[in-house]
Write a protein that binds this ligand. Sequence first.
Ligand code: PMP
Length: 423
Amino acid sequence: MTQPKWFTDGFPHIWLPYSQMKTALPPLAAKSTQGCTITLEDGRELVDGIASWWTACHGYNHPHVSQAIKDQVDVMPHVMFGGLNHEPALKLAKRLSDMLPGDLNRVFYVDSGSVSVEVAMKMSIQYWINKGQKGRSKFVSFKDGYHGDTLGCMSIADPEEGMHHVFNDVLFDQFVVDVPRSQNQLQEFDAFLAKHKGEIAAVITEPLVQGAGGMKMFSPDVLKNMRETARKHDILFIVDEIFTGFGRTGTMFAIDQADIVPDIICLSKALSAGMLPLACAVARDHIFEAFLSDSFDDALQHGPTYMANPLACAAANASLDLFDQEPRLEQVQHINRKLRNALTPMQSIKGVRDIRILGAIGVVQVWDIKDSNWLKERFIEEGVWLRPFRDIIYMTPAFTISDDELDKLTGAMARVLTQWSKL
Ligand code: PMP
């Protein structure tokens, strides 16, 4: 395919994400998006199965979200959040507090998921400092976990499986333990927290699905047990709902299925409907109150330049309107049924190891992916945008995807995997 001039001129100056630049397939030149379709510069159209890293929950260019951004851009595209506040941010903070369970009432805005996790970590460490408990600065996280790419986030990822093992020597020393799925593991987890509680600031987990670590799932009971065990030992509990939040697992938040209230929750991705970068860490009242005093030293020292960007907050408010006005969670249930019907039979394809489905997430895990570039290219030939990684081929479509589009995705997956099994 001949590439447009902007591509050939600009590509030599680009460094791609998670890519060995020597061997990576050249990226496709995207021209436009609409609904669940990505149109390429050469005219090809792809049905999107990933919703741009799980963000575009209402599909691309949803007119209600686009209009909200357009309206905001002429009024005030950005203003610093230090000393100034604005309606989109405060309205959104109130709505999020109303939606979240318990007293998760204080919203701290940032501009990416990783940074919201960094802020949750800083809140937790300083919480104990402000309470006069010294030495509680470590985190307990879980194998197969992933929380972002900054140094603090890398330190709580799975050190073996994670994408960050090259940095192991320089990362902060943390505790990474097994997800307590069995009774034995739960007892070990309990004993571990009992032994180390004087060193631990918080336990942090992705609830129900460990996304980038390979879409590993666990039950609401496991999540509830984690939460209760942390509470028992007076350790803070952080949930990273950056991937799972806003309907992806079938409920508005994954924590709703376990009926728990974490001390801090991190939100991003679908928060702003895949339109603009936005994230936040939302804290319970007792966390916030631990920072109140007559000393500036007790205050939270964080404040990104683009914090609470009004355009992004306007997009997020418009996205929440759509969750209020349109049957998103029913659409997730519908997608779930269709994924069950279409993906379950793929268990019989040679080389397939496991099929996992939750909410609008469908995962086929294989024993050995062999050549992921071959799979990626075949999917594009089929007119679908699916990106296998590690040992999984998965889909996380927009909740607004049509039956025909979803059939196209699952049909392509079945055909390509069947062909792949014979390689
Ligand atoms: N936590 C989870 C669970 C994620 O899935 C991601 C992104 N894939 C992050 C944190 C990091 O978010 P960001 O890429 O916006 O920094």
